[in-house]
Ligand binder design. Structure first.
Ligand SMILES: Nc1ncnc2c1ncn2[C@@H]1O[C@H](COP(=O)(O)OP(=O)(O)O)[C@@H](O)[C@H]1O
Ligand SMILES: [Ca+2]
Length: 366
């Protein structure tokens, strides 16, 4: 949580950048600033997060300023409650307390609350996912906040990518700037690459050359248990692992290709977490890395798998997957620089802010 530097965020909208009417001009007396709020739940595969946004709209012709974000997260994600959906309702009720504190009482009934779920719920059997969403909706209806139509649903990956782009370009001032330069964004979800792999590998046993030959683990997801292991008599190492990742990455479409022309890429979520785990950046400060930094580290880790068996058994797979996705998925060069950050101007880099923009745009309050 923190206040924003208003100079940096949200002055002077240039509507020509393709987000025309992204936020409403709310009815109000002339010359009076208008404060309004929006609540977004990010139901991710590893956790549930609440973002409470406070906006100030000074001029109806311009984008509002983001005054403040209040953020809190809990683990695990809602998909962990596939067989006890009431617990999902409890999680949401607990986080709604944060919203009650952040939003003044008089504003509650006109403050929208929405929840968007991502990979964790997408991968559950539809009935189980729906039962979880129903419990969330009950919790929302009991709350004092405004529950719009279609308030709770599962988003697709393309929406995640686009909304994350809106967020970062708003926070970095690109949407407000007169120049048409925007920054690219890379968001990678998934509790681990296992989630990415799951739909691809129909076998229940999943063996990989990215794991140490001695590695064995049961991994449960959505009520099923998968046996994951190294290949006892197979070859390991970076080259073998990369070949395997290539099969998964082929055909993965994450972002419109024109974004590859951007000069700067902001990368967050799993790109950030894995860079921390691999020792490429500091967790508190984030940092800049080149695509080749991931690949150099991947080689080091994968070619010494036994060293990481006890502490970071999935690091080789995760970092090789990221390397492969950046190089062969997006076609980035070794020298492309990624800015790894969890926050921009003190606001979480997540699709959530983009989602509330999308909501305000769709209701078209004038
Ligand atoms: N708001 C956030 N702040 C910090 N880390 C996040 C945030 N959202 C996601 N992550 C990280 O991003 C990765 C993807 O997780 P998650 O969002 O739960 O999965 P998915 O998007 O696939 O449903 C995880 O490593 C998680 O720690
Ligand atoms: Ca996510």
């Amino acid at each position: 949580m923190g206040s924003l530097d208003r100079e940096n965020v949200g002055i002077g909208l240039d509507l020509s950048v393709g987000v025309e009417g992204v936020l409403p001009s709310l009815a109000r007396p002339a010359n009076a600033s208008r404060i309004f709020h929006g609540i977004v739940f990010d139901a991710g595969s590893t956790g549930t997060r609440i973002h409470v946004y406070t906006f100030i709209q000074k001029d109806p012709a311009e984008l509002p300023l983001l005054e403040k974000e209040t953020f809190q997260s809990v683990k695990p994600g809602l998909s962990a409650y596939a067989d006890t959906p009431e617990t999902a309702g409890e999680t949401v009720r607990q986080l709604l307390r944060v919203a009650k504190k952040a939003v003044p009482h008089v504003e509650w009934e006109r403050t929208p609350v929405v929840l968007r779920a991502t990979a964790g719920l997408r991968l559950l059997p539809p009935k189980k996912a729906q039962a979880l969403l129903d419990e969330v909706e009950v919790a929302f209806e009991e709350s004092p906040f405004f529950v719009p139509d279609n308030s709770v649903h599962i988003m697709n990956g393309t929406d995640e990518g686009i909304l994350a782009w809106v967020t970062v370009n708003f926070l970095t001032g690109q949407l407000q700037a007169k120049t048409k330069k925007t920054v690219g964004t890379l968001d990678l979800g998934g509790a681990s690459t296992q989630i990415t792999f799951l739909p691809k590998f129909k076998r229940k046993v999943f063996e990989s050359s990215c794991l140490s030959r001695k590695f064995r683990e049961d991994w449960s997801f959505g009520g099923l248990t998968y046996k994951i292991s190294g290949i006892p008599d197979g070859s390991t190492g970076f080259t073998e692992c990369y070949k395997e990742m290539l099969k998964v990455v082929k055909g993965v479409i994450h972002q419109p290709p024109e974004l590859q022309d951007s000069n700067t890429f902001y990368a967050f979520s799993y790109y950030f977490d894995i860079a921390v785990e691999a020792g490429l950046i500091d967790e508190r400060r984030g940092g800049m890395v080149k695509v080749q930094d991931y690949s150099i580290r991947a080689k080091e880790v994968c070619n010494k798998l036994s060293m990481y068996l006890a502490t970071k058994p999935f690091l080789c797979m995760d970092i090789t997957y990221i390397t492969c996705l950046l190089k062969d998925g997006f076609g980035f060069k070794d020298e492309t620089i990624l800015k790894l950050t969890q926050k921009v101007n003190n606001v979480e880099t997540s699709w959530a802010l983009g989602a509330i923009f999308d909501y305000f745009q769709n209701i078209k309050i004038h």
